[in-house]
Design a protein around this ligand. Structure first.
Ligand SMILES: Cc1ncc(C[n+]2csc(CCOP(=O)(O)OP(=O)(O)O)c2C)c(N)n1
Length: 370
């Protein structure tokens, strides 16, 4: 394990001053450190492809080496700019990646991390990206760091350092929250209001809370599709379903997930699915990975949705407003967007789905198609 102080003193020594990325729980301490210091420039991007493009802009305007932090799932979001912008056949732009290795061999992790965990090293080899696996030996990392940065600079090539969960020592931060409602409370109210409709839930704790609520009430999961991976695509899955059923589709989205692929909104607005109800549980943060802020506090989701063709939008801040809006949208045609402002945080004992995902899919499809 390495402390943030030690890690960042290495970055300072090697003159790495610019950080951009998308949070992952493994890097929560690193992001907290960056949020609390003004020694380094830091941008939290909406997706990893964007992060790399920002990093490329940094290099083009300074000649310096940018540092990217990302979960290995995010490497897939970066694939296009890696092969067609920064690659040696194109602009040969150097950068350092800090990658959290979810699903690493020998480590227990959720199903959505299994494939990428297994192929990460092969993927880096295919991309001709050299890497160093941090193995807990801080002296080794310290002695390698200088060489790594020299290699990046000389070869004008990317390099990756791989970390696993627990490798970086906790660096606590206290985030301020003004919201009244807990996310789980909001989910319960919404589900209770639309018991027989279809729910498509986004990556992270939103899916987990929906699953546990059905379990607690001894209800089946046949109305729910839990998009446990593929962050940012939940609303698109919901739209694809809405095209082929008369049932009402409720998408439970997060602000981080919505921002990750916000172009999806324009597709939904254009095609006007009448049975599409888009609920954004907005805690202005990536709560599932530790509460790091998103850019949602300066984004008017309702304004964007309206501008691309959503028929009705509203924002609610408490139980009473939520109930009033749920009663109102009950008889409205979609696409509808309801932004529900919620607090960061979740129950400590929140579990993960205990039923195999393929079984959940089977029940969901049987219920939907017959
Ligand atoms: C491509 C990709 N990048 C990063 C992650 C890590 N990740 C999982 S959940 C999450 C935060 C989601 O935030 P939001 O949608 O706002 O929901 P919240 O957790 O706040 O309820 C992140 C960043 C991921 N799963 N996939």
């Amino acid at each position: 394990m390495i402390s943030c102080d030690r890690l960042f003193s290495l970055f300072e020594k090697t003159n790495l001053k610019f950080f951009v990325g998308v949070p992952d729980s493994c890097f929560a301490p690193l992001v907290n450190y960056l949020l609390l210091t003004d020694k380094f420039k830091h941008i939290i991007a909406t997706n990893e492809g964007e992060a790399l493009a920002i990093a490329a802009g940094y290099h083009l305007s300074t000649g310096e080496i940018p540092v990217l932090y990302l979960q290995n799932d995010g490497l897939c979001n970066m694939m296009n700019p890696i092969t067609s912008l920064t690659d040696e056949n194109v602009y040969e732009i150097p950068f350092l990646m800090l990658i959290s290795w979810r699903g690493a061999p020998g480590m227990k992790d959720a199903p959505q991390h299994q494939r990428i965990g297994k192929i990460l090293v092969d993927l880096l080899n295919l991309l001709k990206i050299q890497y160093f696996v941090y193995d807990g030996n801080n002296e080794k990392l310290e002695s390698e760091m200088e060489k790594i940065v020299t290699k990046i600079k000389k070869g004008k090539k990317p390099f990756a350092i791989l970390f696993r969960k627990g490798d970086i020592e906790n660096y606590p931060i206290k985030f301020e929250d003004q919201a009244e409602l807990k996310r789980e409370e909001a989910i319960r109210i919404i589900v209770d209001n639309f018991e027989n409709d279809i729910f498509i839930a986004t990556t992270g704790k939103i899916s987990r809370e929906l699953f546990e609520y059905r379990e607690e009430r001894k209800k089946s999961h046949k109305n729910d599709f839990l998009n446990v991976g593929a962050m940012g695509y939940t609303n698109a899955i919901g739209f694809g379903i809405a095209l082929n059923t008369n049932k009402k589709i409720f998408v439970l989205d997060g602000d981080g997930a919505l921002l990750m692929h916000m172009g999806n909104l324009a597709t939904i607005g254009y095609y006007q699915p009448k049975n599409f109800y888009h609920i954004i549980l907005n805690n202005f943060s990536h709560d599932s990975t530790g509460g790091q802020p998103t850019v949602a506090n300066k984004t008017d989701f309702c304004g964007v949705a309206k501008a691309v063709g959503y028929k009705y939008t509203a924002t609610v801040k408490n139980k009473e407003e939520l109930q009033r809006e749920l009663d109102h949208i009950r008889n409205l045609e979609g696409p509808v967007m309801l932004v529900v402002n919620v607090k960061r945080g979740a129950r400590k004992n929140l579990g993960r789905p205990t039923i195999p995902l393929k079984e959940l899919k089977k029940d969901f499809m049987k219920n939907l198609i017959g």
